[in-house]
Design a protein around this ligand. Sequence first.
Ligand SMILES: Cc1cc2nc3c(=O)[nH]c(=O)nc-3n(C[C@H](O)[C@H](O)[C@H](O)COP(=O)(O)OP(=O)(O)OC[C@H]3O[C@@H](n4cnc5c(N)ncnc54)[C@H](O)[C@@H]3O)c2cc1C
Length: 387
Amino acid sequence: MTAPSRDELVGRAHELGRVFATRAERHDREASFPYDDFADLRDAGFLGVCVPTEYGGLGADFATYARVSEALGHHAPATALAFNMHCVTMMLTGQIGGSLDWDDAARAMLDDRRRRLYTGVIERCEVHAQPFSEGILTGATVGYATVAQPVEGGYRVTGKKIFASLSEAATWHNVVAVVPGEQRVRFLGVHREAEGLRIEGEWDPVGMRATLSRDLVLSDVFVPAEQEWLPPDGFNQAAHRWPHFYLTLSFTYLGLIGGVLDATAAYLRSSGRHTNPVKQQAWAEMQIAHERAQALMYRVVDEAGVDPTPVQVRRAWTAMVTVMETAPQVASTALRICGGRSLLKPQVLERMYRDARCGSTMLPWAVDVCLERLGRYGLVDDEAPPA
Ligand SMILES: Cc1cc2nc3c(=O)[nH]c(=O)nc-3n(C[C@H](O)[C@H](O)[C@H](O)COP(=O)(O)OP(=O)(O)OC[C@H]3O[C@@H](n4cnc5c(N)ncnc54)[C@H](O)[C@@H]3O)c2cc1C
């Protein structure tokens, strides 16, 4: 099967997103997971959007996925953000995993795991989550407290993940964990029905409420060896050699900026304020901010790949900060120029403003982390960009 074109996939994502937008207010208000949106994604074959075509997927590469995610985020940011967790696992095992260096045994392992994982997605419509965060991290590949104790036939995994998006909806919770005495990070799929797995905690956040990101607790959970999705060194290689994959969170927020622009124009026109020069000045600035963020992000995603240069990694941090900070700024300006009634639920701008605020906190490339790295770049002789 040949992969649909980028334009075709982005067009379909916009069509889906327009439907999701009609449900977004309810999911936000209830902080409920958008099962209906995910059913539509499934029916459209989008669970396999980043699955290679030889495994029955739609074959979107990283740069195409960026535009697809942006399109979904334009209409329904929380759905797009949750869906991103699923897609990143597909890319880690697909385009990214495929471009890393492996010996024969590791390559055979990767091929076997991909086949298992993609068969579940394409044939059984399984959904993958990616709960990595523990609230104590010191980096993308260091500081994990979740332990994978090797046992006969696999691992016993114990740990707690916070902000586990899709907590109640995922078939697989793909966690990172360390084997005692090792430095490298393992990437393990824990099935939702595994004994010892618990979802707990409240979920009542300011924004991105439909991601339903409760806590995931693993108590001595047995994970069979064939559910280790990447060869043992795979996660570390990906983090160090394909660092652009941390950008994926920002695509939702890039789309959100575009969504804010549409909602602002519609609001101003319907309220008759669109001819006011003060509004027009702010509106012009919002468009410039959007174009700037989008142009930079497109440049960066188009140069993503294995072993980027330090300058390319620096540009990726810059793009991350630009998008994650532009989103709340633009959303804030939108509320100011639209006025008090745009602050009232169920206004879309009110919700997008709250959603926009979440992006800059998202690790491992949270805005403060990127700023810290950019602050050292060119001034302090770090050996290599930290993962
Ligand atoms: C809506 C939403 C959905 C999420 N979904 C997921 C998910 O599915 N999977 C997942 O793994 N995570 C997810 N996260 C979690 C997210 O990526 C962060 O891990 C989480 O927000 C960290 O919480 P914290 O800011 O309290 O952590 P802390 O680590 O305590 O960070 C506190 C502050 O310090 C900053 N900081 C941390 N380390 C550094 C550093 N080295 N240098 C400079 N500043 C630093 C942070 O940016 C933050 O501002 C989600 C978060 C949100 C808001």
